[in-house]
Write a protein that binds this ligand. Structure first.
Ligand code: UDP
Length: 162
């Protein structure tokens, strides 16, 4: 009998990914979601919303003293955002790699920011930067009933060793 959770204790790790207003305006939602799907991660929450200033100030509370903070809040509230929760082994770290450097000018080609953006103030996507940060952000953006438990039929292929 193989113990799946012993082999992959963090298989249920979760991260929050948000497609920012520029990504939505530029019709990049499908292409960005596709990258997470094809990597093998599981989508467990998804919604589109116009973000309130209250939510944004909580989300970016650590940046409130930065000079770019007011323009960041303007940008993030300039239009709807698509926010998602993705689940899988080391999904936080892997998503940060997939999203690329905060400043798109330094982001590698092949990353979301490296392929779709060139300026730090319009960098298309957000990804949680640690498992603790992800937990905090998921609780902030989603109610627990909005996160779905479901079995991916290919889970034994994408998540287990042979
Ligand atoms: N940001 C900005 N100017 C900067 C640095 C950051 O406008 O000089 C914005 C940018 O949208 C970035 C967000 O603030 O994604 C949050 O910054 P953080 O350092 O947390 O980077 P991230 O975790 O998003 O890569």
């Amino acid at each position: 009998h193989r113990n799946k959770s012993a082999a992959f204790p963090d298989e249920r790790e979760r991260t929050l990914i948000a497609i920012k207003p520029d990504g939505v305006q530029r019709r990049l939602v499908g292409q960005i979601m596709q990258r997470f799907e094809q990597r093998g991660f599981k989508l467990v929450g998804l919604k589109m919303l116009q973000v309130s200033e209250d939510l944004l100030s909580q989300h970016y509370c650590e940046l409130r003293t930065k000079p770019f903070y007011p323009s960041l809040l303007d940008y993030m509230s300039s239009g709807p955002v698509v926010v998602m929760v993705w689940e899988g082994h080391k999904v936080v770290q892997t998503s940060r790699t997939m999203v690329g450097h905060t400043n798109p000018a330094e982001a590698q080609a092949g990353t979301v920011r490296g392929d779709f953006s060139f300026h730090v103030s319009r960098n298309v996507v957000h990804a949680s930067d640690s498992p603790e940060g992800a937990q905090r952000e998921i609780q902030l953006w989603f109610q627990s009933k909005e996160l779905l438990k479901w079995e991916c039929c290919d889970q034994t292929i994408t998540c287990e060793d042979a």
